[in-house]
Every structure is written in structure tokens, then in C-alpha cells.
Design a binder for this molecule. Structure first.
Ligand code: ZN
Ligand code: ZN
Length: 417
């Protein structure tokens, strides 16, 4: 065992986790309840109230900030650790057939009725963080410092962390020395995945509107056809990754939607393209976005488009870039607690998160790890699938233990000796 692992193993982890048998009982009930009562991004009212009530019960100083809930537990001198959980659900109709499956529906912005479910497993994140918060509160002799449990709304729309910051988060909680986040993934239940450096990509969505000139379908010479213009743009955009990005460097450019026109015999007056970009590097991101704007403008010129194109950026996710030193420290603590076989290298994931906005606002180093959620005899449907149905155990235990272990790697009294 290496020195860091020995230290983490001594850091009071066992004392804090000895009550896991007690918290497990209510955690499993809470998980089923949250799962059956999902709320869409920025509408997490019931979930937030439940979280605040439970945090208060175990002695946390509770603050409502920007639609989120923050519990602060000051327990003597020492460092400050922040752990974040997101709490929103998705407009996905659940098809898992579980006894506690969601039957919730709501009306979306377009007026359509849609199902709502925890298809990304944020109910797991909430349950694990509440469990860990209770365990840390219940055994204050074992550690010293300040623990912050931060529950964030609206991760799926990239709006929640920003909403909390806009409501003054940075001035309303102690500055954390280190920050953690975790996400349930399709790995085997009980397995933890760590990754130093970039782990989740930056994500940008762009709504591009290009102008044509409407005409009769039989008289194309009197118009400018935005369908042909959009088709040229879609093909030419493919060259940003294939011809402009260095082989081996990572970028994704996807045109997820291209809409123009209504009838076969009408030439429309505009086309709207929805483009998604994923990158792991700020310079590559800038280059890709500049390339998209350049190509769209040039294709508009080539078509004789009567108006300049417009670019509307939305659903923008920052890069999640794990601090190497924090990741090494936490991974060593995980290996000491879970055993080396249960701690794997996560690898880079092309999905995106807004978690890093919070530590970045404080200039705080962070690490974000993955928690496996599926037993070997289960089909592991990916996050956002209507069939996404993680195993309750050992998933909840592993996610709860991971928070305690990572926190005590920084706040555990054994670390001071
Ligand atoms: Zn998601
Ligand atoms: Zn998620």
C-alpha cells in the first residue's frame, strides 16, 4: 500500500461509514420516491424542498440559491470541501417497467404532452449526496473542516450552475479548497471511474438562420433557394473535422436539424440549422466555431443570400477538466477503500456538464468521477434512454461511500497525523 493510500485509509472513513446500514434504509426509499416524482430542469420544486428539509434535519445551515439548495456544515478548523449533485429530470417517457417507474407527464414549451423521468440518474446523485451529508454530520469527531453539499438545478439545459452563480453563490458560501462531482454511468455497479485532465467535452449548440428569397417552385430563377444553400452548408461543415482539424485531435460537429420550407412548389425564404459542437481544448473549440461561421458566411455569399446569416449560441457547456493532483489524491483514497479492481480509468467522455462552472467561479481545483450503475445480469442502457434503470444496490452505497471517502481524503483527521 502506498503512503497516500495508507493515509486515506486511516482518515476516519470507517467511523463515518459505520452508520451506512442506517442511512441505506431511508436512502433506498428516498431514491424510489425521487425516481417516481421527477421534475424537469428549472422546475425542481418538490425535490429542492425535500433536500432542504433533510439537510436541516441533520444540522446543516441551508441556503436557497438560484433554484438550488446548499447545505453548509462547519465542523472546526481545516479545509473546505464542496460536493455537487444535480437534481433535474428529462422529458423522456419512462419505459423501464420498474414498480417505482415515473408516470409523470407535463406540457412542454411547444404545448405537447411529454413524459418526465430520471433517465440520466440525477436521483441517484441526490440520494448519495444526502446520505453522505447525513453520515458526515453523524460522526463529526472523525473529521475537521467545512463540508458543503450543493444541489444544483437544470444541469440538462446547462442553465443551473449559471443560475446559482447569478444569484450570488460565490459570495454566499465559503470558498471551497476542492470540489467534487459524480455521475452514474453504464459501468458495472460498484465500480468507480477516475480520469485526470479533460474528462467531459465542452458542448456548444448554435442556431443558424440563413436567408433565401421566396419564389414559386417553378420559377427558381426569381428566388434564392435556402434548401440548396443549407445542403451546401451541411456538406461543407463536415470538412471542419476531416480537413481542418489535426488528425488525432478531437472535435465533433453535428448538424442535428435542418429545416426549411413547407411545400414542394414553394421556394422558402429561410432555413434554420441546429449545429452541435464538442471539443476538449479551448483553442480547438475557438477554431471549430470560427470555421463554422466562416463557412456559413461564404456559402451565403456563394448563393447570393440577401441577408447575412445569424448565429445564436445556446446550451453551452464548459469543459470538465479534472485537476491531476486532486484526481490522484482522490483515486488513491478510492483504491484504499474500494480495492484497486473497483477503481478504473474512466477515459474521456464526449458528453458535457455544467458542473465546472461552480469550482471555476472560485478558482477551485476539482475532480469529477463516474459511478457504475448496472449489475452484470442487467442490460446497461445508456443515460437518457427510456429504459435507463440502474440497480439500486450496490450503486447507492458506492456513490455514497465515494463522496465520504473523497471528502475525508481532505478533511479526515487521520490526514493530519
Ligand atoms: Zn443527462
Ligand atoms: Zn446527467
Amino acid at each position: 500500500m502506498r503512503a497516500a493510500e495508507e493515509m486515506s485509509a486511516m482518515a476516519g472513513t470507517g467511523d463515518v461509514l459505520k452508520r451506512l446500514d442506517e442511512t441505506r434504509v431511508w436512502q433506498e426509499d428516498l431514491y424510489r420516491d425521487l425516481h417516481a416524482h421527477p421534475e424537469l430542469s428549472s422546475h425542481e420544486v418538490r425535490t429542492a424542498a425535500e433536500i432542504a428539509r433533510r439537510l436541516q434535519e441533520c444540522g446543516y445551515d441551508v441556503r436557497h440559491i438560484g433554484g438550488g439548495v446548499v447545505g453548509v456544515l462547519a465542523n472546526g478548523t481545516g479545509r473546505t470541501v464542496l460536493m455537487r449533485a444535480d437534481m433535474d429530470a428529462l422529458p423522456v417517457t419512462e419505459l423501464t417497467g420498474l414498480p417505482y417507474a415515473s408516470t409523470v407527464t407535463t406540457v412542454d414549451e411547444s404545448g405537447a404532452t411529454v413524459g418526465v423521468s430520471h433517465a440520466c440518474g440525477h436521483d441517484v446523485h441526490v440520494t448519495c449526496l444526502l446520505g453522505a451529508a447525513a453520515l458526515l454530520s453523524g460522526e463529526r469527531e472523525a473529521w475537521s473542516g467545512t463540508f458543503i453539499a450543493l444541489f444544483q438545478p437544470a444541469e440538462e439545459t446547462a442553465a443551473g450552475a449559471q443560475a446559482m452563480l447569478a444569484d450570488g453563490l460565490a459570495g454566499r458560501i465559503p470558498r471551497p479548497d476542492v470540489a467534487f462531482g459524480q455521475h452514474i454511468l453504464t459501468h458495472e455497479a460498484g465500480v468507480i471511474g477516475c480520469q485526470a485532465g479533460p474528462v467531459l467535452s465542452a458542448g456548444d449548440s448554435i442556431r443558424i438562420t440563413v436567408s433565401g428569397k421566396g419564389s414559386h417552385g417553378s420559377m427558381p430563377h426569381l428566388g434564392v433557394d435556402p434548401v440548396v444553400l443549407a445542403a451546401s452548408i451541411v456538406l461543407r461543415l463536415q470538412t471542419i473535422v476531416s480537413r481542418e482539424t489535426k488528425p488525432g485531435e478531437f472535435a465533433v460537429v453535428t448538424v442535428g436539424s435542418s429545416v426549411a420550407g413547407t411545400k414542394s412548389n414553394i421556394i422558402a425564404d429561410r432555413a434554420v440549422l441546429l449545429v452541435n459542437v464538442r471539443t476538449y481544448d479551448a483553442q480547438i473549440r475557438e477554431r471549430v466555431i470560427a470555421g463554422i461561421e466562416r463557412i456559413v458566411r461564404a456559402e451565403c455569399d456563394a448563393s447570393g443570400s440577401p441577408e447575412p446569416p445569424t448565429f445564436e449560441y445556446y446550451d453551452q457547456f464548459p469543459l470538465t477538466d479534472n485537476d491531476p493532483a486532486v484526481t490522484a489524491e482522490v483515486a488513491a483514497a478510492f483504491r484504499a477503500h474500494f480495492g484497486a479492481v473497483r477503481v478504473v480509468e474512466l477515459g474521456r467522455i464526449t458528453a458535457s456538464e455544467d458542473f465546472s462552472r461552480v469550482p471555476d467561479a472560485f478558482g477551485t481545483p476539482y475532480t469529477y468521477w463516474g459511478v457504475g450503475g448496472f449489475t452484470r445480469d442487467q442490460q446497461a442502457y445508456p443515460n437518457h434512454s427510456p429504459f435507463f434503470a440502474p440497480a439500486i444496490q450496490p450503486t447507492l452505497d458506492a456513490g455514497t461511500e465515494a463522496i465520504v471517502v473523497a471528502t475525508l481524503a481532505y478533511l479526515g483527521k487521520g490526514n493530519a497525523s
